[in-house]
Every structure is written in structure tokens, then in C-alpha cells.
Design a protein around this ligand. Structure first.
Ligand SMILES: Cc1cc2nc3c(=O)[nH]c(=O)nc-3n(C[C@H](O)[C@H](O)[C@H](O)COP(=O)(O)OP(=O)(O)OC[C@H]3O[C@@H](n4cnc5c(N)ncnc54)[C@H](O)[C@@H]3O)c2cc1C
Length: 373
């Protein structure tokens, strides 16, 4: 099939469409029936008047100073026209254009919020005294596109063939080259050469409602410059989707993470252990308890809540041949046996992972990642 795009400069017929519409992503999505999970958040930065020391550096022919990031203060600073720019990622920055921007809103600037900037200004003055010595030239407050995890959305749209997304860019100037390169490969070659799982549009689903997006995108913004740990789980808009046994698992010490909107018990805190994650770059506080759980399950038995996983049944005379073609490992031979197998990409990368149980000669029960729903 082909697309027919109607523009103010006439009609264009094409095979593929790439949607790269910044803060207008939700409106664009609606045109083709997609709920694109992009809601912008207000972002401010301050530009100072020139500072004598920076002008002296320039006069001496010294190169522009590097960008400085202060994670504790949650801001970046860089040289700008003989002065400085301070860009903080403030707590409490509100989502904006929740229903989409109006047609004439491009380049719109909002009223600045100095109260929100204050702690960051103080922190910046402490770290870089020259910043405090310069007068403020202008404060900018504009809409910056955000997604719930702060990563852009790059790749094929779900359910709409030959419709591609490059949306939700909050560091779009930085990311533009790589995004265009990988998306072009994906469209032309069928898959990108680098792993794009972290930005794949299909990581979101119908669970990403407007109120979820608002809470999550504000949270993503606020967390841009904080120190990130492996296995970090963020708290906004939770719990969202819970299994009927959620409360019971919680009472048993469950410490949860969120996968595809579902609450999933990552580990169980035994009595006397705080029921919370302590993130670390080394071994986090779950390490010992997960080890005990694994050893116990291997030696005895365990009961797992699989609600957050996708399941499907493939049955009929062609079931075995179909699955054999789809997955790389051998299918389980005996009835009741289970195997773990992967669907591979043409280049040999991993598309998806399946736990496959043979229920009958021609029937298989398949469990896969929550996003497979
Ligand atoms: C205050 C502020 C500071 C920032 N600082 C930085 C920074 O330092 N570094 C950085 O990397 N990023 C920064 N950004 C973010 C950066 O500006 C964006 O990530 C980037 O512009 C996104 O590029 P884009 O092409 O995805 O979207 P956009 O630049 O928004 O472009 C989308 C275009 O699509 C057009 N469009 C929308 N709908 C339609 C339609 N239906 N038909 C035709 N055209 C349409 C729009 O008019 C627009 O021109 C900042 C943003 C703000 C607000």
C-alpha cells in the first residue's frame, strides 16, 4: 500500500511516512489512530550578561569552555555569547500542551517561574561564582517534548504499517544524527545496526493514558540530571496495573517494579528487612534475598505471579512447523516439557524471548515479555 499525504503545498504519495513533529506528536498520532505517548514539560534556562573573565578568555583566543553538569544541583552550564547559560531540571516543572499545542504555538515561550529556579541558581552561584557576578539577560521557558522514561520514540509505529516515529526528543539536537541514521537503516534494510530496544515505540501500550503520561513525563524531566542506578524503579503513576494477588504479594514482603504498566514483584524482603530498594552501583540490597529465593526454588518449589507476562496459545496442525520457523531453539518434544527460545532478527539479534510449553502434540502455550501483549 501507499500513503497519500495532504499538505498545504499539495499531495504527496509515498511508501513510508516518518512522523517527526516534536510537541505536536499527539495531534499527528490522532491522524492515524495512534496514541503517541509524548506530552511536553516546561523547561527553563537563564542567559546571563557577558562576564569580564569570559570576555578576557575570548580575547586571548581560548576555546569555548566545556559544558558543565552538576548532578547534585540538577543543572548544566555552558558559555553563551561571553556570558553563561544555566539550564536546570527543576522539581515541579509542569506538563504542558496536554491536549496538544495550538497551531500557532510554535516557538511559544511561557511566563518564567523564578521560584522554581531559585534553588538551582543558588547551587550554580556556589559552584561557579562567576555566574553570580553576572546579571541576568533573559530567562526562557519553553515546551520540551517528553516521554514516560525520558527516551525518544524511534522506530516503527505499532499497528500502522510503514508509519515510522521519531518523536519525544527531549535532547533532539544531540540525538538528531543518530536517530535519523538508525531510522533510515530500519526503513531501508529492515532493521537498525544498533540495539534500539530502549527507544522502540512498542515499549508503550494502551496503559499510557493521559494522566499516566502527565505524571511520568514530569517525573522523567525532574530526574534528567540525578544520578541513575542500575535497576532503578521510579514511583510516579504507580501502582497502575495490578494482578489480583498484588496485595497478598505486598503483604509477603514484595518490592515491586513496573513493567509495561504492570506491578511486578522484583524481590521479597524477609521479615525485619525494609521493604524497599536501596539502589547501588555494586550489589543492591535485594542480592542476598534473590539468591536465597533462587536456591530455594531450584531445590524445592516456587510460585510465581506471571500476570505481567504476555501469553498465547498456538495450536493446530501447523503449530509445530510455525513455531519451529519462528524460534531458534529446538521445541520441547515431550508433552508437558518446557523450553526457552528466541525469535531472532535477520541479522541474528534477539527479537523476543519465549517460554514454550508443549501442552499436546499440536498445541503450545507461550509466555513472553509483558510488551508482547
Ligand atoms: C528551552 C529549551 C531548551 C532546549 N535545549 C536543548 C539542548 O541544549 N540540547 C538539545 O539537544 N535539545 C534541547 N532542547 C530540545 C530540542 O529543542 C528538541 O529536542 C528538538 O527541537 C526536537 O526536534 P524535533 O525535530 O523532534 O521536533 P521540533 O524541533 O519541534 O520539530 C518538529 C516540526 O514539525 C512540525 N510539524 C508538526 N506537526 C506537523 C504537521 N502536521 N505537518 C507538518 N509539520 C508539522 C512543527 O511545526 C516543527 O517545525 C531544548 C528545548 C527547549 C524547549
Amino acid at each position: 500500500g501507499e500513503w497519500k499525504i495532504t499538505t498545504d503545498k499539495g499531495e504527496i504519495t509515498c511508501e513510508h511516512v516518518v512522523s517527526a513533529t516534536g510537541n505536536f506528536a499527539r495531534q499527528t498520532g490522532r491522524m492515524v489512530g495512534l496514541n503517541i505517548p509524548v506530552i511536553p514539560v516546561e523547561h527553563q534556562y537563564i542567559v546571563t550578561e557577558p562576564h569580564d573573565d569570559i570576555k578576557a578568555r575570548q580575547a586571548a583566543g581560548l576555546p569555548e569552555m566545556g559544558v558543565l553538569r552538576d548532578s547534585d544541583g540538577r543543572w548544566y552550564m555552558r558559555e553563551e555569547a561571553g556570558g553563561l547559560i544555566l539550564g536546570p531540571y527543576e522539581a515541579g516543572a509542569p506538563a504542558c500542551y496536554v491536549d496538544g499545542p495550538s497551531a500557532d504555538s510554535e516557538y511559544e515561550l511561557f511566563q518564567e517561574d523564578l521560584e522554581r529556579l531559585e534553588p538551582h541558581i543558588e547551587s550554580a552561584m556556589h559552584r561557579v561564582p562567576a555566574f553570580g557576578e553576572s546579571g541576568v539577560k533573559k530567562v526562557y521557558n519553553g515546551a520540551i517534548a517528553y516521554t514516560p522514561d525520558g527516551n525518544p520514540i524511534i522506530g516503527p509505529a505499532w499497528d500502522v504499517p510503514n508509519f515510522w516515529l521519531s518523536e519525544g526528543h527531549s535532547f533532539g539536537i544531540t540525538a538528531a544524527g543518530g536517530a535519523g541514521w538508525q531510522l533510515a537503516e530500519w526503513i531501508v534494510e529492515g532493521e537498525p545496526t544498533i540495539d534500539m530496544l530502549g527507544v522502540d515505540p512498542r515499549r508503550y501500550g494502551s496503559y499510557a493514558t493521559e494522566s499516566y503520561l502527565k505524571a511520568k513525563n514530569e517525573e522523567a524531566y525532574e530526574n534528567v540530571f540525578v544520578i541513575h542506578y542500575p535497576d532503578e524503579e521510579r514511583g510516579a503513576a504507580r501502582p497502575l496495573r495490578t494482578a489480583p494477588c498484588y496485595d497478598r504479594l505486598k503483604d509477603l514482603g514484595g518490592v515491586f517494579g513496573q513493567k509495561f504498566g504492570w506491578e511486578r514483584a522484583n524481590w521479597f524482603a524477609p521479615e525485619g528487612t525494609p521493604q524497599e530498594d536501596h539502589w547501588s552501583f555494586r550489589r543492591s540490597n535485594w542480592f542476598e534475598h534473590v539468591g536465597n529465593e533462587v536456591r530455594h526454588t531450584a531445590a524445592h518449589a516456587g510460585l510465581l505471579d506471571m500476570s505481567a507476562f504476555a501469553k498465547c496459545r498456538i495450536s493446530g496442525p501447523g503449530a509445530e512447523a510455525f513455531l519451529d520457523n519462528l524460534t531458534a531453539n529446538k521445541l520441547p518434544k515431550g508433552i508437558g516439557r518446557v523450553s526457552l527460545s528466541h525469535a531472532l532478527t535477520e541479522r541474528g539479534g534477539v527479537h523476543s524471548e519465549y517460554t514454550i510449553q508443549r501442552e499436546a502434540e499440536d498445541s503450545f502455550y507461550i509466555v513472553s515479555a509483558g510488551a508482547g501483549q
